[in-house]
Design a protein around this ligand. Sequence first.
Ligand code: ATP
Length: 311
Amino acid sequence: MQNPEAKKLVSIKNLTLTFNAGKKNEKTALEDVSFDIYEGETFGLVGESGSGKTTLGRTVLKLYDPASGSIEFDGHDINKMKKKELADFRSKAQMIFQDPQASLNGRLTVSNILGEGLDEAGFTKNKEERRKKILELLHMVGLNEDHASRYPHEFSGGQKQRIGIARALAVQPKFVIADEPISALDVSVQAQVVNLLAKLQKEQGLTYLFIAHDLAMVKYLSDRIGVLHWGKLVELGTADQVYNHPLHPYTKSLLSAVPVPDPVKEKAHHVKSYDPSFEKDGQERHMVEMETGHFVLATDEEAAKYKADQK
Ligand SMILES: Nc1ncnc2c1ncn2[C@@H]1O[C@H](COP(=O)(O)OP(=O)(O)OP(=O)(O)O)[C@@H](O)[C@H]1O
């Protein structure tokens, strides 16, 4: 948590969710899950495929009804919200999806995709203002005016994800669930999208629930991490605690699948610095892609070692 005084933005209590309840194919996807997400933090949620991460994200956005338990957003139970409160919640809490292609309407231009969000939130009084806001959103995510009239299929995966991010931010949310936002992207652009998310969080004071199966990336992004295993939260702690002193055997097994970077032994695939550089503990770092496909953040000295090792 960046600020120990921060208040709870999302509070999940004893959440249980069952698909196909009472049927032969009944499946309890979440069981008695409780945790809080504080304003301004990034909460990383990790677990293997099928552990319930996406289901949890969707339930927090009120896309699924839990069997029991509660979810509070800004102090209000989302399952007891009245129409106006619910509409407000829907714009305050947004999602960025794993597959940017599938989450963007292919029949709309980028301008209309972003404009739709602005219209929904009632942020556009007239055409000129709408156009200006669309350009602002494009610039915010590193795109430009020329991109506005194009369709999603005309963009690369990384650019599509930038549009997905701009779409989520059009309604000025406080809370963003990023559900494996870089998994579908080419490894060479993953770090750029992560940097963009980190930059936007700083600029706009966003709170993130960052869902991933890769503990290595989550460690660098998250203030705290929760580990889901078969629908249960088996570990919860600061990124450092979970990564360096895991308590649960499942977390340990997840970690053993994560290669621990060793500049001497492990060869890097690319050594790249991005602008703005990734920051950790107040120090600028290089994002280095390892041969295993994982990323590590390296100091100047470490990056130089990786580079030398590549030759
Ligand atoms: N709509 C649904 N109907 C029935 N079962 C579902 C549904 N959605 C998910 N499940 C089941 O619930 C469990 C949790 O799925 P979920 O998609 O939340 O996992 P996940 O951790 O996000 O996995 P992945 O990383 O593969 O996306 C799985 O066993 C899945 O098959």
